[in-house]
Design a protein around this ligand. Structure first.
Ligand code: ADP
Length: 356
């Protein structure tokens, strides 16, 4: 056994299921004779020594709860050499040999920095956006989508009563998967995501035709990343639809409500498997990995590989990014990106085809 004591933290945007991951980390570690230090408030808590030993009882009753009892924060200080030095000091003070960091992309960048500074760290996904390309699934995604679905079903009721169009903006940052899947599942007439150019003229033409045939309510789901976060795309789209079709249109932004709520079964199971796997990996002496779900298997992926794959998928590769990888690995990454793009396109086309 390599470790006697590990730390666990949640960082960045919260996601339903983070508590379930912490529970799995704590109980798997304790079962293996490893003590667990809970770090409160993400990397800020690590820098400012906000820690507490966790027992198996401390994680009772949290598997079913949303949010994160370990609290979370965004901490720019952690990106500075001084902040990192303080974080390492906290680890030394409490003899923390390794860390499990639960969060998203930013959290994993911090995890890599910690590993490079001598504290082996493993990342576990906790982000509603499903925006980490290396994994099929991120913890929180299912709960967030079910919350969106509940809200959009309600909007459909009022849309049908008033014969209105409801344009609903949902979170997702630069990834449109929440909008894509909830758009399909709510029977939206149109979906706007950053991955695929939105054909507004076609949407407006289709709506006018459907209205002429008697369709009363129109749901449109817009991902916040379309046109750039904060661009006002969804709100402006609602105005243009009303102007051009005469269909009364209302805009709703679901915002942070989608981050809360008790995790679904899907999220609790993924969180539990991923949290336990993180500890198993540390016990095997491994680090700088992100625990992923690929084809229903819980598997580790090198964090740096996951960053590069993400950049490739988002067409953001820079010179030198691929230098560390063999031709075979690059071909594998390209094939992966193609499959992912085809999957998004397939769902998008199917949802559109059925929107009548
Ligand atoms: P998420 O993990 O949900 O993507 P953030 O992007 O806000 O959320 O990142 C969470 C925290 O991780 C940040 O507040 C910061 O402390 C740390 N972090 C983010 N990016 C980096 C980076 N490039 N290098 C080191 N640490 C980072």
């Amino acid at each position: 056994m390599k470790f006697r004591k590990i730390g666990v933290l949640t960082s960045g945007g919260d996601a339903p299921g983070m508590n379930a991951s912490v529970r799995a980390v704590v109980r798997t570690a304790l079962e293996n004779g490893i003590e667990v230090v809970g770090i409160y408030g993400g990397y800020h808590g690590l820098i400012h020594d906000n820690v507490k030993y966790l027992t198996a009882r401390d994680v009772s009753n949290c598997i079913s709860r949303g949010g994160t009892f370990l609290l979370t924060d965004r901490c720019d200080e952690f990106k500075t050499p001084e902040g990192m030095a303080k974080a390492i000091e906290t680890c030394k003070k409490h003899e923390i040999d390794a860390i499990v960091a639960i969060g998203g992309d930013g959290t994993f960048r911090g995890a890599t920095d910690l590993t490079n500074h001598g504290i082996p760290t493993i990342g576990v996904t906790g982000t509603i956006d499903n925006d980490i390309s290396a994994t099929d699934y991120t913890v929180g995604f299912d709960t967030a989508m079910n919350t969106v679905l509940d809200m959009v079903d309600r909007l459909r009721d009022t849309g049908e009563s008033h014969a209105r169009c409801l344009v609903t903006e949902v979170m997702g940052r630069h990834c449109g998967e929440i909008a894509l899947l909830t758009g399909m599942a709510s029977g939206a007439v149109a979906i706007a995501i950053p991955e695929i150019e939105f054909d507004e003229d076609a949407c407006i033409k289709k709506m006018a035709e459907l209205r002429a045939k008697g369709k009363r309510n129109f749901q449109i789901i817009v991902s916040e990343g379309v046109g750039g976060i904060g661009s006002g795309f969804g709100e402006n789209l609602a105005k243009r639809i009303e102007e051009k079709t005469g269909i009364e249109a209302r805009y709703n932004c679901l915002g942070h409500v989608v981050r809360g709520g008790d995790p679904t079964l899907r999220d609790r199971v993924a969180a539990t498997r991923m949290g336990a796997k993180a500890v198993d990996l540390l016990l095997e002496g491994k680090s700088n990995l992100v625990v992923c779900e690929i084809d229903s298997e819980i598997v580790p992926v090198d964090i740096n590989y996951s960053f590069v794959l993400d950049k490739m998928y988002k067409n953001k590769l820079k010179d030198g990014d691929l230098d560390a990888y063999s031709a075979e690995q690059i071909a594998e990454m390209e094939a992966f990106c193609e499959r992912k793009r085809a999957y998004v396109r397939e769902l998008y086309d199917l949802a559109n085809a059925l929107a009548k």
